[in-house]
Every structure is written in structure tokens, then in C-alpha cells.
Ligand binder design. Sequence first.
Ligand SMILES: [Zn+2]
Length: 277
Amino acid sequence: MSGEHASMRIIDGYARGDTGLAADEVWALEAHLETCAVCRDRLSAAVGTGAPAVAALVDTVWAGLEPRLATAVTMPRRRRWSSALSRLFRWTTPVMVPWLAMIVGVTLVALLLDLAGGRPGSGEVSPVLLLAPVLPVLGVAASWSRGLDPAYELTASVPRAGLYLVLRRTASVLAVVVPALLLCGWVTGVTAAQWLLPCLALTVTTLALGGLVGVTRAALALATLWVALVVAPSLADGQTSLALRTVALPAWALILALGTAVVIARRGAYAVLGAHR
Ligand SMILES: [Zn+2]
């Protein structure tokens, strides 16, 4: 990029589908094209001269599409529920639905164990409390797993991918998981004060580490650590782990603040495909 606009070298290379362009040049160009009409015009001219086959294909598609557009704008507005559904899917991916359902299912199993008092190997520790902080982390992992998102390459290649998309997906995971946990907590007497801060701190730490090693890997590593350091010892000795007691809340607040600072400082790191690992 030279000055304010993209260089002709990059625009010509992009129009020809030049594989010699660096990935970050392509990213920067696509992000710039979204806001710059001048460069869009230059790209359109470059496609016309440098890639006549593409220009011909676009003309053919447009010729076929144009008559239908006139009827499309006069179609009745979609029903409210269907537009609400499409808005939800803009925030998440449809493949997340079974995963979110599974996470809610796990929460319900923990709730049933809690109500039945059949806590394996322990007397006083609530399974809901043990699982609550780590469930959203698993949801975030599911929302970023490339194996679970058939459109992930497409999603990752749009200029608005990156932190904005990460935060939207994380928010949609929390919007499902947190109310389910609040409900379970209300039934079992586990207060949100005990798990909400650890839950947010772990979620933000997942995103912070995700910028380095990929969101899914970070989530799996944190979930494993949580099971090893908190869930297993609590079940073994029947005592609520130190991490879930009131004394630990300042530490969780510190982790939350540090994680948020790292995410903000490294916001550029989420705009690469690697963040989806
Ligand atoms: Zn420009």
C-alpha cells in the first residue's frame, strides 16, 4: 500500500488472482476496498483489462441476475420470526446450535446431579458450580472450530472477520449459556457471584490466548487445566476449590482485566485464519 490508496501492483495482482501477493497484502486490500470507492473503481478497471475472462463471467452473471432483481425488491417482507432467525445466524453459525444445545444439556445433567445429591465421591461441592466457569469456554471453542464451521474459510476471508466476529460469536455463546447457568444456580442455590467472574475471566483468557495459539486450542487447554486443577481435586476431597471461593474473586478480576488488555492490544491477531485453529 502506498499513501492512502492501494498500489496498482497490488490491485493488478488481486484482479489477476496473483498467488504471489502476500496474505497480509490481500487482507489489507480487502479491508480497504470496503471503504474506498476510488480503489473499487480502479479494481474494476483492472479486472476489465487484466482479467477479461473474469469480466466476461461477471457480465454473464449480471445479465442473468438483473431481470430477477426487479421482482426481488417488490417481494413482501419476510415474516418476523424468519428475519429474527437470520439475524441470530448472522451472529453465530447454524452448526453451533447442536453444540449450544449440548452445553445446555450438560448444564441440566449437572443440575440433576446436584438436586439428586448424588455427587460422585463428594459431599458438598455443587457440580453446577464446578462446570459453570468452563462451559462458555467450550461454547467459544465450538464456535471457532474449523471442523464444525463449514463456512469458516469464507467467514475468515471477509474484512469484518477478526476481533469483531470473535466478540460477536462469544457474545452469542454467553447469551445462551449464562441464562441457563443462572437458572440452574437459582434452582440449586449456587449464586452467580460464585461463578460469573471466573466464567468471564476464563472466556476472556481463551480469547487472549486464542490470538497466539488459536481459539480452539486455547479453549481446550484451559478446559483441561480447569478439570485437572479445580474439578478433579474438588470431587476428590469434597471441598469447594479455592478458585471458587470468595477469596479468589480479586484474582479472577485481575485475570479478567489482564485478558481484556491483551485482547485489545492484539486485536489485529484475530484477522488471520490461524485464530480459527
Ligand atoms: Zn483507496
